[in-house]
Design a protein around this ligand. Structure first.
Ligand SMILES: Nc1ncnc2c1ncn2[C@@H]1O[C@H](COP(=O)(O)OP(=O)(O)OP(=O)(O)O)[C@@H](O)[C@H]1O
Ligand SMILES: [Mg+2]
Length: 480
């Protein structure tokens, strides 16, 4: 880490390979210089993309072999040179070959980036300067957090949550905790909802529009049958999910209706079996969502992906509706594994939510419902949803398809930045888009909370399995 007080780096621009130009330049230097730090050249700032070292004498293997200890003939170290490639920030003219290059000062960087106020998420790489991001710029137009597995997405989200919780009257926060990893960390401050038991669509709240969004492939004949069944069902007093199926059966009179019946019945059965459709709607977001309050929806007991996507769909829909009517505070929703909810290529049974997420991505900003879409497979996330995320945080990504996809979807990511994504360290992020005036590499700060890692060891998994097997046997014995 280069500190302002100890930074002695002196360099000069070299003329090489059609550079310098207004985008990039190379410079040779002496002293210390870290990749991703900022330098000043003739009053302009530039970010160091790569640092190289070379020695002309050591390019040829035959000559290099003369340099072993017995044959040391030349003072080779003196011919070692260091040079670097840097990308200029908003330059209107190129630097000139020979121009002096020095490390940028703290004041120059702070002025350029304007990052003194806001959520403290880490430090600029190569400088001891805090990165603070504006709440509005980061979330107003949605955020994407993209990286391969284990690169630091969830850790970063928990840092963001810590910062959001420090705000006075901040937005409400909802986290879809797919693996149950946030609930341990924030259990003292969050309301935790079990997605398996406590997220259900009350049968009286189900309507045709919703059914069509849950099952986009429903046919017109099936729709007509469901409409008739809803009319009958709504006039009845007793309203249990099973009664809706009874209504369906009793309204299926014509041959066409009878032909549609099994398919519609299967759909409703699916909703009932997966504990999606229930007598009452839970939770009541209107009373639950409060400014500054954190709600963690724990999906760790939901093993079925259809159930997970239906329930996530329903919660986002409810919050979107409430925001449209201003019946809840502005809300930020963190969606882990967002590629499952809003996939680029839709699998027939798992498409609930794709259109909704895309609509919320397009319109949510107007209503104060912000999405933070988190995924380890960017190429599988809907292009429409991703392109609505005006701020993006990338951690390490190595998959070539993901890298290509990012290049296609994100205008603010240059080729050289995409090339740098595979070599990022865990916890090292590249932030771009509206949240920052200039794209920056950031080392995400340490989490303040002690968070137990909820992932089980293999031994613990075996113990859990044996425990559950014992319980099942006891239950079976009780029944006999
Ligand atoms: N900024 C950081 N500082 C310290 N440790 C970190 C940091 N970021 C991540 N780690 C550590 O790296 C490991 C993986 O991080 P994390 O769980 O955030 O990855 P992920 O991108 O969410 O992975 P997955 O896609 O599998 O969910 C964790 O053990 C975490 O503690
Ligand atoms: Mg994670």
């Amino acid at each position: 880490m280069v500190d302002d007080t100890t930074a002695i780096m002196e360099g000069s621009v070299i003329s090489w390979n059609e550079t310098p130009n207004t985008v990039e330049f190379f410079f040779s230097f002496s002293g210390n210089l870290e990749k991703h730090s900022f330098v000043n050249v003739g009053g302009m700032l530039a970010r160091v993309d790569e640092v190289f070292s070379m020695n002309r004498l050591l390019q040829d293997p035959t000559e290099a072999s003369l340099l072993s200890d017995e044959h040391r003939l030349f003072p080779t170290e003196e011919l070692n040179i260091k040079y670097a490639k840097a990308t200029l920030v908003k330059a209107r003219k190129p630097p000139m070959p020979g121009d002096a290059v020095r490390l940028a000062t703290r004041d120059e960087i702070v002025e350029l980036l304007g990052i003194e106020q806001g959520l403290h998420i880490g430090e600029i790489e190569g400088h001891k300067i805090d990165v603070r991001l504006s709440l509005t710029k980061l979330f107003k137009k949605h955020l994407a957090i993209l990286a391969m597995s284990g690169a630091g997405k969830s850790y970063f989200v928990s840092v963001l949550l810590e910062e959001l919780l420090k705000l006075h009257n901040g937005p409400a926060i909802v986290v879809f905790d797919i693996h149950g990893e946030y609930k341990n960390c924030f259990k003292d401050v969050a309301v935790i909802i079990d997605a398996r038991e406590d997220v259900t669509i009350g049968v009286q709240d189900l309507d045709l529009g919703m059914l069509k969004e849950l099952f986009p492939h429903i046919t017109e004949a099936q729709e007509a049958l469901v409409s008739k069944a809803f009319a009958l069902f709504n006039s009845s007093i007793d309203k249990k999910p099973e009664d809706l199926i009874e209504s369906l059966k009793s309204v299926a009179k014509t041959n066409a209706e009878k032909a549609s019946l099994p398919a519609v019945e299967r759909k409703l059965d699916l909703l009932i079996n997966r504990k999606v459709l229930h007598t009452y709607t839970k939770p009541e977001f209107q009373t639950l969502l409060e400014p500054g309050k954190l709600i963690i929806v724990d999906f760790s007991n939901v093993v079925d992906s259809v159930e997970a996507s239906f329930k996530t769909y329903y919660m986002i829909k409810s919050m979107f509706q409430l925001r449209k009517e201003e019946l809840c505070p502005p809300t930020i929703v963190f969606v882990e594994e967002a590629h499952n909810l809003s996939p680029e290529r839709v699998q027939r049974r798992e498409s609930a939510g794709k259109e909704l997420i895309e609509r919320v991505a397009r319109e949510g900003r107007k209503f104060g419902l912000s999405l933070a879409l988190i995924t380890q497979r960017p190429a599988h996330l809907s292009q429409t949803a991703l392109s609505q995320c005006n701020s993006q945080v990338f951690f390490r990504i190595t998959n070539p398809n993901d890298l290509q996809y990012i290049k296609n979807v994100s205008e603010s990511v240059s080729d050289s930045l995409v090339r740098s994504l595979p070599s990022l360290d865990t916890g090292e992020a590249f932030i771009t888009g509206e949240a920052v005036r200039v794209p920056i590499f950031t080392k995400v700060r340490e989490r303040e909370r002690e968070c137990q890692h909820s992932e089980l060891t293999l031994e613990e998994m075996v113990a859990k399995y044996l425990e559950e097997r014992k319980k099942r046997k006891e239950e079976a014995a009780d029944l006999l």
